[in-house]
Design a protein around this ligand. Structure first.
Ligand code: S3P
Length: 445
């Protein structure tokens, strides 16, 4: 998605019950990692079910610019020929990541362990996001970085380390991107690189590294955290990857089915990794009818077919400790909370301020312009649910795909239509969202 593309407004109108059976696209986090690790492995990695969205395409192009071969061989089927750990070639132009924080930050780590230099850049949204959290540990490992703006905003130049050093790093923020960047840089360092996280975040990098033959030790750290140690300089070997359906994308039709009266929707093959399942826990606590029809393992991840029925929801208190397992789901949980009876308090949402937009402010604004009483208290979001919502508002999406999708889901059940100023960024993570919602009976035009 180019930041100069014309805005694409879209309106959601209430149209009754949603019904049908759908499978949302592949998980964005796993798709990104499959391209990056495929490019760092020796041999040919075949990926099935890759998310064919803008964020992932940008990472694919960057992997090509760094010397890997990335080729589409069928629908969702891709082949990556890797260059081996430390084998990236000097790129001839800046690396452009569009809207994708994950692509940019993980590749910063991967490049930091190679003796090359690269300029990292992205769209207007990515250029506002903090990169110091990534650059600090990479500098400790021997990379040199120079950033254009205070706080390490893009564009940033990374001079990879000639002799990368292993470190033990306790991340000051609960971020799978920080953890992953350090581990990917650690691949090129001799000896053990350790990341300590005080709150466990998604573990897709660890799982995929192990799948590609790296040796890791993972143990508990404190009440909610983990200590992850990677043995450096492994021979990463290409291995096939199957990408399960993205729970962060499934969240949108799931909540739509809960709030549109009379709905019954089946969502196929949704990944239920506990480090991604915080929204499911919340919705069940709110009284949602979400039934597991079948569960199985796909490509090393547990997945389930879920039957979701429209439900009378009640407000809940969401503990801060749950945030890492549902960090991308707060905008859509806030929509569900608007249709619940009673107050929902979502605690500890500091990290939402540095997503594709300030999602704490953007989520509150999305609800407010549509007649919902909402407050921000410190880092908490408080929604006063009334079992119904007026709608009628125009939602500013601020280049943020998840605000756009949450607002359009909101409009399937509000009394008046909900309009978004630009649905263009939905293509970063969920191409086909509009068509899928229409196939379930939503009125989007
Ligand atoms: C992601 C980690 C999360 C999440 C993002 C994807 C990943 O970011 O918000 O959409 O794939 O590692 P943080 O690591 O900044 O929390």
């Amino acid at each position: 998605m180019s930041h100069s593309a014309p805005a694409l407004p879209l309106t959601a109108r209430r149209a009754g019950a949603l019904t049908g059976r759908v499978r949302v696209p592949g998980d964005k986090s796993i798709s990104q990692r499959s391209l990056i690790l495929g490019a760092m492995a020796v041999g040919e990695t075949k990926i099935m079910g890759l998310l064919e969205g803008e964020d992932v395409f940008n990472t694919g192009k960057v992997m090509q610019a760094l010397g890997a071969s990335v080729e589409r061989i069928g629908e969702g089927a891709w082949r990556v020929l890797g260059v081996g750990v430390g084998g990236f070639a000097q790129p001839s132009a800046p690396l452009y990541f569009g809207n994708s924080g994950t692509g940019c930050r993980l590749v910063m780590g991967a490049v930091a362990g190679c003796p090359i230099q690269a300029v990292f850049d992205g769209d207007a949204s990515l250029r506002t996001r903090p990169m110091r959290r990534i650059l600090d540990p990479l500098e400790l490992m021997g990379a040199r970085t120079s950033d254009g703006a205070e706080g390490g905003r893009l564009p940033v130049t990374v001079h990879g380390a000639v002799d990368p050093m292993p470190i033990e790093y306790e991340s000051p923020v609960p971020s799978a991107q920080v953890k992953s960047a350090v581990l990917l840089a650690g691949l090129a360092a001799p000896g053990a690189t350790t990341v300590i996280e005080n709150e466990a975040t998604r573990d897709h990098t660890e799982k995929m590294l192990a799948h590609f033959g790296a040796k890791l030790k993972i143990s508990a750290h404190g009440d909610h955290g983990r200590r992850i140690t990677l043995e450096g300089q492994p021979e990463l070997e290409a291995a096939p990857v199957t990408v399960p359906a993205d729970p962060s994308s499934a969240a949108f039709p799931m909540v739509a089915a809960l709030i549109a009266p009379g709905s019954e929707v089946i969502l196929d093959g949704v990944m239920t990794n506990p480090l991604r399942a915080g929204l499911l826990t919340c919705l069940r606590e709110m009284g949602a009818s979400i039934e597991v029809l079948a569960s199985r393992n796909e490509g090393g991840e547990d997945v389930a077919d879920l039957r979701v029925r429209a439900s009378a929801l009640k407000g809940i208190d969401v503990p801060a400790a749950r945030a890492p397992s549902m960090i991308d789901e707060y905008p859509i949980l806030a929509v569900a909370a608007s249709f619940a009876e009673g107050v929902t308090r979502m605690r500890g949402l500091k990290e939402l301020r540095v997503k594709e937009s300030d999602r704490l402010a953007g989520t509150a604004e999305m609800l407010r312009v549509n007649g919902v009483a909402v407050e921000i208290e410190g880092d908490d979001l408080i929604v006063h649910g009334k079992g119904r919502a007026a709608g009628g508002g125009l939602v500013a999406t601020h280049m943020d795909h998840r605000i756009a999708m949450a607002a359009l889901v909101f409009g399937v059940a509000t009394e008046q239509p909900v309009r978004v100023d630009d649905m263009g960024f939905i293509a970063t993570s969920f191409p086909g969202f509009v068509d899928m919602m229409r196939s379930l009976g939503a009125d989007l035009s």
